[in-house]
Design a protein around this ligand. Structure first.
Ligand code: LLP
Length: 463
């Protein structure tokens, strides 16, 4: 272990952040299992390993930056959701969090269904062999071509998001001689405690049809009249990165209320309800996520109780976790390029990626953790901001964190919990080449999404 080769770096009281990072952790070499994929551990030589593979070897073989995904952890989390909800419910993995053909195969093998929200995600799912009847199609503005493709494929359900879409899907299905199973997405009017951009159940936003003012009831009336569609249920998704279950409880209560109104008005008991995704994960040691079995228990109990009170048969429940399955299973491996202490302020650590591989910090003020992974160090903690190599001062990967003060160019650092909404929201800003996703399992590593190349970039540039 090397002692501090650099000055300890600024830890000016004025810049110490509030909350979780107000003080450095007792030992920077310790990896909190809450935020790291399950097989991640620091070896005796100080090098961090995942699925038995040293990160130094992964960096050599696959380059940096790279997303390293623990396959066994992904499968275990998928299975935990499946088991928690049991045979009377369905778990649809939300592909927007991260989707690739390998992931589709793992999901199919683990007995999960899949939620897609674009033609591209649908194509990925079908090309990897997910049976069409296990796929749900979301989105607030699906194109006619996307709808036609989904209906032709025999997709399990389309989640309708507007009055126009009710008619559009019914027409397309009818013209293909089919009757498409659909759900209607409603906004239940709860304020989820999360960032404004990822809260989706308050009424003033683009998704869903409001329960308020009888709009959802009117949508149901229209859907029940059309031959091309079969209304099988009601859908609600209240937002993302949520820890507090009370929003889900209110949503379940209101959705069951609608089911009751539908029964009273039409004499029809819809057989399904979908309560969406949105369960939070730990990005830092300060986050305390719920386990799938607790969530399953809470949701099942509330739906059962509400249905009993309304004298309704309990519908089949489905949920759509994305982040909670894939988020914790991956980390991003970066190489440090420069370490720049600014007197009296903080130290800027520049890595070889940035907002092109993780936009979440810039977009949502998201908090992340970071660790030195290519060696251990007993140097003093220094307050750092980990930044990327893009031409923007907002290109921040980790806003506030502590790393050892002897951090130097060439060191590898890793940011955990980057499995969800990082590769899937990656961009080519500044013509960055999007990093690969490397799946590791039991001492083996394989690329499941390869690194982009300059040829890939230039192939699109046909001027
Ligand atoms: N179901 C529906 C209808 C959704 O819109 C979403 C996420 C999910 C399920 C999955 O939610 P999850 O379990 O992954 O939270 N880019 C943002 C998150 C946007 C979520 C969009 N919809 C972020 O990076 O935090």
């Amino acid at each position: 272990m090397s002692r501090s080769a650099h000055p300890a770096g600024p830890r000016h009281a004025d810049v110490l952040p509030e909350g979780h990072y107000a003080a450095p952790p007792a030992d920077l070499n310790v990896l909190d299992p809450k935020v790291w994929a399950r097989s991640v551990t620091r070896g005796e030589d100080g090098v961090v390993t995942v699925a038995g593979l040293p990160v130094t070897r992964l960096a050599e073989e696959f380059g940096t930056p790279a997303y390293i995904l623990d396959e066994a952890d992904f499968r275990a989390r998928a299975r935990a959701w499946r088991t928690a909800f049991g045979a009377d419910a369905d778990v649809f993995y939300a592909g927007k969090a991260f989707l690739s053909r390998a992931v589709v195969r793992w999901l199919a093998e683990e007995g999960l269904n899949l939620d897609v929200c674009s033609g591209g995600e649908l194509a990925t799912a079908l090309s990897a062999g997910m049976p069409a009847d296990r796929i749900a199609f979301h989105g607030n503005n699906k194109s006619a071509a996307e709808i036609e493709r989904a209906v032709r494929a025999g997709i399990g359900r389309i989640v309708l998001d507007s009055f126009q879409e009710i008619v559009r899907v019914a027409h397309i299905a009818q013209s293909l001689g089919k009757r498409q199973r659909v759900q209607i997405r409603v906004t239940v009017g709860v304020e989820a405690h999360t960032h404004e951009f990822i809260a989706t159940a308050h009424e003033d936003q683009k998704f869903g049809i409001p329960l308020a003012g009888g709009q959802a009831a009117e949508a149901v009336r229209r859907a029940l009249r059309l031959d091309g569609i079969e209304l099988i249920g009601i859908h609600s998704h209240i937002g993302s990165q949520i820890f507090d279950m009370s929003g889900f409880e209110v949503a379940a209560h209101r959705v069951v209320g609608l089911l009751k109104d539908i029964r009273d008005e039409h004499g029809v008991e819809l057989p399904e309800i979908d309560l969406g995704g949105g369960l939070g994960i730990a990005y830092t040691s300060g986050d305390d996520p719920r386990e799938p079995h607790e969530i399953a228990k809470a949701l099942t109990e509330i739906v059962t109780r509400e249905c009993r009170a309304a004298r309704l048969r309990t519908p089949r429940i489905s949920v759509e976790p994305g982040r909670a399955i894939v988020g914790p299973t991956a980390f991003t491996l970066y190489e440090v390029g420069t370490v720049k202490p600014l007197d009296g302020l903080r130290t800027y650590v520049s890595v070889d990626g940035g907002m092109s591989d993780n936009i979440r910090t810039a977009l949502y003020d998201a908090e992340y953790s970071v660790a030195l992974v290519s060696r251990a160090s007993d140097a003093e903690p220094m307050l750092v901001r980990v930044v990327g190599k893009h031409c923007e001062s907002g290109d921040i990967v980790v806003k506030d964190a502590f790393l050892p003060a002897d951090l130097a160019p060439g060191d590898l650092i890793a940011v955990p919990a980057t499995g969800a909404y990082c590769r899937s929201m990656a961009s080519n800003y500044n013509h960055a080449l999007r990093p690969p996703v490397v799946a590791v399992e039991d001492g083996e590593a394989r690329v499941i999404v390869r690194r982009e190349t300059e040829e890939d970039l230039l192939r699109l540039d046909v001027g």
